[in-house]
Design a protein around this ligand. Structure first.
Ligand SMILES: Cc1ncc(COP(=O)(O)O)c(C=O)c1O
Length: 371
């Protein structure tokens, strides 16, 4: 491993092609360095409102969009605690490590949790969803849009209607897709659509966001022991009344989020941003084919924000990652049970095609050297 250390003076010089946290552009770092008023002030509320309204546009929804001082896992836990009564069943679709995590959250909170999955690399199709839903009555269904470990994008547009037809509430973990892939919350009737901001938003970690439906709020009112910090009712009440949060939020991060939403919506434009991510995915998959590697996901379900690549050339992945680090780029090994069997290239946030091309060229040279 190259000898890389914490650099107090300059910070990291690495170019991150990771599935989060990702590179944060200078303009956002500068934005976050601006001074702020307190979280109970009018300027704060105005800023919070701008962020919330920007999120509504990003997610094509009229639902309120809440801001959490946590990473995405916090909202995943909030969904379980706020939406599932102790005698109700939650169905957790899992196609990888983050689906497993949501199920583990259900179990560890003492909820009746049922996991349904497919072989890693495959997706939850509407048929798989329907078969699972036919087995029992579920009150809430939990599913990833993009599963960051396997690099599979579940066909959420075809699966969501099947889930909603069952009468269950639908929670979607869009952590590694929100702000990179189009998710139309109202059209799909998603009750909670959540993400953290260190991925496609290209902001530093520490903040998470979600849209929440009226039905989810009404349901939460009936659920006991929702806890305090991640209580949907308290968060929603404070949000609607004052555009504030019940506890002190990371104000500079929210300033950054507001600026980034303005950039996404009004400078780059939503369609262009989604297209760019699609091109990043397509370009990476073409490169994989060109150098005789194989994608891990089943064809047709590959993610456009993170590519999980099978180690079909039997490469020493640690060595490959190390050699790439020496050239100033970071990619990552496979996640969990996929370590050394796969590696992952993140192409989300502000990465441009030309940045990706440069890195892939360097990586191809390394692969030819070590294979
Ligand atoms: C799909 C997915 N869900 C959940 C998480 C957990 O996010 P966080 O680390 O922000 O809690 C991640 C993180 O990589 C993820 O990719």
């Amino acid at each position: 491993m190259p000898d890389i250390h914490f650099d107090k003076e300059k910070g990291s010089h690495l170019k991150l092609f990771t599935p989060g946290p990702v590179h944060v552009p200078e303009r956002l770092l500068k934005e976050m360095a601006k001074p702020n008023d307190t979280h109970r002030s009018k300027p704060y509320s105005e800023m919070h409102q701008m962020a919330a309204e920007g999120l509504q546009k990003l997610l094509y929804t009229k639902n309120e969009c809440l801001i959490f001082t946590s990473s995405a896992t916090g909202i995943m836990e909030a969904c379980v605690r706020n939406l599932l009564k102790d005698d109700e069943k939650g169905l957790f679709f899992s196609i990888g490590a983050f689906g497993d995590r949501w199920y583990d959250i259900g179990v560890s909170n003492g909820k009746i949790s049922i996991k349904e999955g497919v072989e890693w690399g495959k997706a939850i199709t509407s048929d798989v969803a329907q078969d699972a839903l036919n087995k029992d009555n579920y009150s809430v269904v939990f599913i990833q849009a993009n599963e960051t470990s396997t690099g599979v994008y579940n066909p959420i547009e075809e699966v969501a209607p099947v889930i909603k037809d069952s009468g269950a509430l639908l929670c979607v973990d869009a952590t590694s897709s929100m702000a990179g892939v189009k998710i139309e919350v109202d059209k799909l009737a998603i009750d909670v659509c959540l993400a953290s901001v260190q991925k496609c938003f290209a902001l530093p970690p520490g903040l998470a966001v979600c849209s929440i439906s009226e039905a989810a709020i009404e349901k939460a009112k009936q659920v006991k022991n929702r806890g305090l910090y991640f209580n949907f009712i308290d968060l929603h009440k404070r949000h609607v009344a004052k555009y504030q949060t019940p506890t002190t939020p990371p104000i500079p991060q929210i300033r950054g989020l507001t600026a980034q939403l303005d950039y996404i919506l009004n400078k780059e434009g939503l369609e262009k941003r989604f297209e760019r991510h699609e091109q990043l995915g397509t370009h990476t998959r073409k490169w994989v084919e060109d150098i005789n590697l194989e994608m891990f996901p089943e064809k047709g379900y590959e993610s456009n924000t993170v590519s999980t690549i099978s180690n079909s050339l039997d490469l020493d992945i640690s060595k490959m990652v190390s050699l790439l680090l020496e050239k100033g780029y970071r990619i990552v090994n496979g996640y969990g049970q996929l370590v050394n069997k796969t590696f992952r290239i993140g192409h989300m946030g502000e990465i441009q095609i030309k940045d990706l091309e440069k890195m892939l060229k360097v990586l191809a040279d390394i692969i030819f050297e070590i294979k």
